[in-house]
Design a protein around this ligand. Structure first.
Ligand code: PHE
Length: 342
């Protein structure tokens, strides 16, 4: 282990120190250094052996050998400690370098959201009517039977009130999720005197989930105008304007229909080319002249005031506006679909 056969302990200690310092400075890892520490200062090292044998040396030599051994030990230990510190720092530096965030890499993208298509169309239509001088009205989604039906000229026993169409609130036979936005007509006329020009967009609920093309919740947009001398011509002009603003120049026609709360009632249809380019009349919304019974229920004198009302499916309008082929796409929350309408 040691080069030349030493003559005295003192000389041997000098060799031990030299060899230990060489090993310490060449240890390139903490493991190497730990091994060197055991080899040169451990219980079974030559240094430990010499230190342990001092007591049995001739008394005249004890001082000299003891001093030399302790100096050698201190020199080796301080070299070990210094090297240990250097290697610790080196290792920490390496770990930091490895774990460090590379600030030049691109970050995690946080995609910017957008309004849902149905919300967008609502805002568009609100703008169109606000420009015509309409106001936006609102009403509760849990309605009374009176507002959702009775005041709208649908007395008890009317088929639209039947349990199969409407969600009633358990234990409250007179409370139901509104099945249309038309009760907002009543709420507005109860609160204020004509002239009244309002629209009321919102969610409505029907037990329409008979098949996958129907949803138990959808969106409508109600319109109500009550003023002096309003006629069907005003109704048609208003809705034609809506159609033109929304989808451009299309032919619009009024087709006879029936609603309990309008008389006469019409279905507004628009000439529409489907995906295959085939033109047909597409039902866009229901409308009509406000039935005198509705005005009377709200203490409005039908001899003095006339009105028209309309109710459109917002989801339907969004489909027509954007050429969406299937209603279900609106509610599946598939980003591949929704992202096309930012
Ligand atoms: N409330 C009717 C419906 O849900 C639509 C409508 C509203 C018709 C206003 C006429 C007047 O089908």
């Amino acid at each position: 282990m040691y080069p030349a056969e030493p003559v005295t302990e003192t000389e041997e200690l000098a060799q031990i120190e030299q060899s230990a310092l060489r090993d310490v400075s060449s240890a390139s890892t903490l493991d190497d250094l730990a091994a060197a520490r055991v080899r040169h200062t451990g219980r079974r090292s030559r240094l430990a052996e010499i230190l342990g044998s001092i007591g049995s040396l001739a008394a005249v030599r004890r001082g000299e050998v003891g001093r030399a051994a302790n100096l050698a030990r201190r020199a080796i230990e301080s070299a070990l400690d210094a090297r240990q510190k250097a290697l610790d720092e080196e290792e920490l530096g390496a770990r930091l370098a490895e774990d460090a965030a590379d600030v030049t890499l691109p970050g995690d993208p946080h995609p910017i959201g957008a309004l849902h298509l149905v919300h967008q169309i609502r805002l568009e239509i609100e703008d169109i009517f606000l420009a015509l001088g309409y106001e936006i009205a609102d009403g509760p989604e849990v309605e009374t039977g009176y507002h959702n039906f009775t005041a709208l000229n649908m007395p008890e026993g009317h088929p639209a009130r039947s349990l199969t169409d409407t969600f009633f609130v358990d234990g409250h036979p007179d409370r139901a999720l509104r099945s249309q936005t038309s009760p907002v007509q009543i709420r507005v006329l109860e609160r204020r005197d004509p002239p009244v020009y309002v629209i009321a967009p919102g969610a409505v609920y029907r037990r329409d989930d008979v098949d996958a093309t129907h949803s138990p919740m959808f969106h409508q947009l109600e319109g109500l105008a009550v003023d002096r001398d309003l006629t069907m011509a005003h109704l048609k002009g208003t809705l034609l304007h809506l159609v033109r603003e929304l989808i451009g120049d299309h032919e619009v026609r009024l087709h006879p229909d029936f609603f309990p709360f309008t008389e006469p009632s019409v279905q507004v249809q628009v000439r529409w080319a489907d995906r295959h380019g085939t033109a047909r009349w597409l039902e866009l919304l229901g409308a009509g002249m406000v039935d005198p019974n509705v005005l009377r229920a709200c203490d409005v004198d039908p001899e003095r005031w006339q009105g028209f009302a309309f109710g459109a499916g917002l989801d339907r309008l969004a489909m027509v506006r954007h050429g969406v082929p299937d209603l279900r796409l609106l509610f599946e929350s598939d980003l591949r679909f929704l992202e096309q309408f930012r």
